[in-house]
Design a binder for this molecule. Structure first.
Ligand code: ZN
Length: 354
């Protein structure tokens, strides 16, 4: 090759290297942004799915007649003959939407029946008809427990913060779900093991004597958006936020690497920190399962960790790329042990003042 061609080839290779390095540097950010954009699109699509007549969203101030009712925050007039037992009231914590299904309701509900009270905590109101029912949808600014009452043809609703109802509040997340399987090995998907451990933990929590409110991001094969998951923790003002995952090596090939890792929010420098809670989870889960401790990892590159406003621990229970550990992770006995370890971590964290 003559010297001039060689020079050009060298210059071209150098430019290529710089380009690749620069795009690799920005790629994680770009990828995350496109994931969030897709999630938002999905959310909008879900909002109107299932409605025969698309819900028309209105400003709460246009619907709610401001009164200082001492009985409840909201008083909704019902059609004649309709009582509390005829209504179906669904509180979707994950999206902070409340659906009130009313039989025999008219097409234009709010021009026939009054809604009185205060717009506090209500960010949107919409109404649509589905078969014989009218559906009022309240969009809330945070997660609330509903207190329902009925008097003289009116539905009374109060919105209670989880901490007004429970002594302690925990949010538990199972990684991935739906069409996002996570790690996959030998026909076993991480999403299913994550969920199985969560359901074991749910069973343990239900036996727990304490007045602990537990909110789950999913209890089936659904795939909430990353933002929905972390906002559930933020909007219940959780004392603890736990995300259950399982690991694989970078290549995804079987290897000897095994054990438990816990990721934490290194930006959280509060006294009851994410790091300390992650340490408790690591110790309790390894003690319960007998798996080896691979230590703590800084997790701020992960959206739900970085965005969490409450103490968060993301537990990578074990490695699906280790044959022995995969077999354990796939067994109910081991899933139960992992769940008992997580429960012990929750108890210890509360004992330490979380
Ligand atoms: Zn995962």
């Amino acid at each position: 090759m003559d010297e001039r061609v060689l020079k050009w080839v060298t210059a071209f290779m150098a430019l290529l290297t710089v380009t690749v390095c620069v795009s690799l540097f920005f790629f994680p950010e770009l990828h995350e942004r496109s994931v969030l954009a897709a999630e938002n699109r999905l959310l909008r699509e879900q909002m109107y799915a299932g409605a025969e007549n698309a819900a028309v969203e209105q400003k709460p101030e246009e619907i709610v007649e401001q009164t200082d009712d001492k009985d409840a925050q909201l008083k909704i007039e019902l059609p004649e003959g309709i009582g509390l037992s005829d209504l179906t009231i669904e509180n979707y914590y994950l999206t902070q939407d409340v659906y009130i299904r009313i039989p025999k309701a008219e097409e234009d509900y709010f021009s026939h029946y009054s809604v009185q009270g205060s717009c506090n905590h209500i960010s949107a109101i919409s109404y649509y008809q589905e078969k014989e029912e009218g559906v009022i949808v309240l969009g809330l600014d945070r997660v609330y427990e509903l207190q329902e009452d009925y008097q003289n043809g009116n539905l009374y609703l109060n919105f209670l913060e989880p901490h007004e109802v429970y002594d302690k509040v925990v949010v538990v997340d199972a990684g991935h779900g739906g069409r996002a399987p996570g790690a996959s090995k030998m026909g076993i998907s991480e999403k299913d093991i994550d969920l199985a451990i969560l359901l074991e933990l749910k069973a343990v929590m239900e036996e727990s004597p304490g007045n602990i409110g537990v909110y789950y991001t999913r209890t089936d094969d659904s795939n909430p958006t990353l933002d929905q998951r972390v906002q559930l923790a933020n909007k219940v003002d959780a004392d603890l936020f736990i995300s259950i995952h399982n690991n694989s090596t970078a290549t995804g090939k079987f290897s000897n690497v095994s054990g438990t890792e816990v990721l934490f929010d290194e930006a959280d420098d509060s006294e009851l920190s994410s790091r300390r809670f992650a340490q408790i989870c690591l110790e309790q889960v390894t003690a319960a399962t007998g798996s080896s401790s691979r230590g703590l990892l800084e997790g701020d590159s992960i959206y739900i960790i970085r965005t969490s406003e409450v103490p968060v621990a993301l537990i990578e229970v074990g490695f699906m790329t280790n044959r022995q550990e995969l077999e354990l992770l796939n067994s109910q006995e081991y899933q139960r042990k992992a769940a008992e370890g997580i429960y012990a971590a929750i108890e210890q964290a509360f004992a330490e003042g979380y």
